[in-house]
Design a protein. Structure first.
Lengths: 140, 134
């Protein structure tokens, strides 16, 4: 990962990686002759950032952290060979009382991915993680 | 795709039974190496009966239902909520419905409601999508 503060990095969209991803999510629309990344492929592009954020920066306990929601908004098609400039930031971080008592922490991270050459926004990813209260890890 | 109308349902689509190998393949493909998805002793120490699938594996499978229905590159918006955990051995089936069609020509779009269910009928992921119709 490169970039000035770790929340900003460049990323090349590669054919073979997009193909591996399509296979892993059973994306039958993948075509070697006309390859298009699967809709959720950007999860791979943010994986290093998310891991460092969750484990090192926010210090969330992986044994009781759940994925709440995920959203993609495409303003332009994502193409193989594109070089992306990505900027990630925490847009929400708050604590709420759980249904069975105990505090649940919600963290929402938004990443904007632009064409590194033109600066045009290609897509935005928004991801919500939930750290459940200790002893309440069985919430789905 | 001009024939798409509100109320339409999608093609039959199911994946599974899922294996631990499916989870490991997704871990490698996505870069998500949270051990709760591949390390059985770690998962058990967290109080789980076994490793569980990445939520984003299920989200990716539900998105594959959309690309099978409307074609690669069709998705403009995709939003999902994770409802239940997915375990080795689960078979996942996707269902969808066109709730709204708008625009003309290149700007024609459909809004979809989506759900991914386990073999016991429980919804594991629900969501919405907006796709181009061309």
């Amino acid at each position: 990962m490169s970039g000035s503060d770790g929340c900003e990095w460049e990323f090349p969209v590669e054919w073979s990686k997009a193909r591996d991803f399509a296979r892993a999510v059973h994306d039958g629309a993948w075509d070697d002759r006309n390859p298009v990344p699967s809709p959720t492929f950007p999860a791979y592009i943010t994986s290093d950032f998310v891991e460092r954020l969750v484990v090192d920066d926010l210090n969330l306990d992986l044994k009781r952290t759940l994925h709440g929601e995920q959203e993609y908004e495409y303003l332009r098609p994502l193409r193989i060979g594109a070089r992306l400039r990505c900027r990630a930031r925490i847009v929400e971080d708050y604590v709420k009382e759980g249904r069975r008592g105990g505090k649940m922490r919600f963290v929402v991270c938004e990443t904007e991915m632009c064409d590194a050459e033109t600066g045009e926004v290609i897509l935005r990813e928004r991801s919500t993680s939930i750290e459940t209260a200790p002893g309440e890890g069985k919430v789905a | 795709m001009n024939a798409v109308r509100e109320g339409d349902g999608g093609p039959a689509f199911s994946v599974g039974p899922l294996t631990r190998t499916d989870f490991v393949r997704y871990a490698g493909a996505s870069g998500d190496f949270n051990p709760i998805h591949h390390d059985e002793p770690f998962a058990k120490s967290a109080g789980l009966p076994s490793v569980m699938a990445h939520g984003m594996l299920s989200a990716g499978i539900l998105a594959s239902f959309v690309t099978q229905w409307f074609g690669a590159g069709c998705v403009r918006r995709y939003k999902v909520r994770f409802r239940e955990r997915v375990w080795p051995g689960d078979v996942l089936s996707a269902e969808g419905r066109v709730v709204h069609v708008r625009g003309d020509g290149d700007q024609r779009r459909a809004e979809l409601e989506l759900v991914l269910k386990r073999q016991d009928g429980v919804a594991v992921v629900s969501g919405i999508a907006e796709v181009t119709l061309q």
